[in-house]
Design a binder for this molecule. Structure first.
Ligand code: CP
Ligand code: NVA
Length: 305
């Protein structure tokens, strides 16, 4: 592993190794065992979009590993005023041991990795959110004791989160079914690639416009906001289109009896899911948020130690 730009950059073995390392780091941290595996190292964190979980979990994770995180808002650094990615990558590589970036274009993250000399971690683009999907599947693993053969239903926008989940389910040998309204489906090329990956793991990747079909017999039901960062102007239109895709009691009743509810957060109650779903005993969203910390520590250790 040189970078983490998207989940499908990982081999099945690398994916499984990250899940195992996440489990070990989490369990040992809970027992009070510390891991100063990145002592003396620095991680630059470039943010061109807002963040609560990603920022805090990377900062705390880096501190727990003995290293130092630097928060670099893209509106404060020269990148935001037009300095090139080429120059930024070369300069930052002279100071830092790793770069995490949250931005709009996946191609910007790829260029940063190409031109820089240090590992690059994608902290969310318009197309992918790999750190999220690692934490999500680790959370599912904790609650179900396995991943292979489980069915995850994704209901809502075919966005960054859905793309990374499709790829992660493919690597894990799971069944992934996304239900989105027409015109808001996952990107066809990403789904095709995930289907190819799933052939090697006995996984199954499907998409539909029918939320009940997706949720039917699922072990986990996942949704995300209908209005991602950068889409604020489309809010009214999106709420209309997505309302029939709300995860509520009726829709959830099609899942398995012991199904769990997942959401990357931030969540908007009354829109993509009702309060009775996200605040229910089968909702594992706060475990999932906590697991961002443990999963990203595993990513940083794998790339930077
Ligand atoms: N889930 C997630 O990435 O949250 P933040 O936007 O708060 O980082
Ligand atoms: N799809 C959302 C995820 C936020 C963590 C967005 O891109 O805003």
């Amino acid at each position: 592993m040189k970078h983490l730009l998207k989940i499908s950059d990982l081999s099945v073995d690398e994916f499984n190794a990250l899940i195992s390392l996440t489990e070990k780091l989490k369990n040992e941290t809970k027992k009070g065992i510390s891991h100063k595996l990145l002592a003396g190292k620095t991680l630059g964190m470039i943010f061109a979009k807002s963040s609560t979980r990603t920022r805090v979990s990377f900062e705390v994770g880096m501190y727990q590993l003995g290293g130092m995180p630097l928060f670099l808002s893209s509106s404060d650094i020269q990148l935001g005023r037009g300095e090139s990615i080429y120059d930024t990558a070369n300069v930052l590589s002279r100071y830092l041991d790793g770069i995490m970036i949250r931005t709009f274009l996946q191609s910007d993250v790829e260029q940063l990795a190409e031109y820089g000399k240090v590992p690059v971690i994608n902290g969310l683009t318009d197309d992918h959110h790999p750190c999220q999907a690692l934490a999500d599947l680790f959370t599912l693993y904790e609650h179900k004791n396995r991943l292979k053969g489980l069915k995850l239903a994704y209901v809502g926008d075919g966005n960054n989160v859905a793309h990374s989940l499709a790829e992660a389910c493919a690597l894990a040998g799971m069944e992934f079914c996304a239900a989105s309204p027409a015109g808001y489906e996952c990107r066809a090329d990403i789904i095709e690639h995930a289907k190819e990956l799933a052939k090697t793991t006995d996984g199954k990747i499907t998409v539909t416009n029918d939320p009940e079909e997706a949720v039917n017999d699922a072990d986990a039901v996942y949704t995300d906001t209908w209005v991602s960062m950068g889409q604020e102007k489309e809010k009214e239109e999106r709420i209309k289109v997505f309302m029939p895709y709300q995860v509520n009691k009726k829709l959830f009743s099609h899942a398995k009896e012991d199904a769990v509810f997942l959401h990357c957060l931030p969540a908007y109650r009354g829109f993509e899911m009702t309060e009775e779903i996200i605040d229910s005993p089968f909702s594992v969203v706060f475990d999932e948020a906590e697991n961002r910390l443990h999963a990203q520590k595993a990513v940083m250790v794998s790339l930077m130690s």
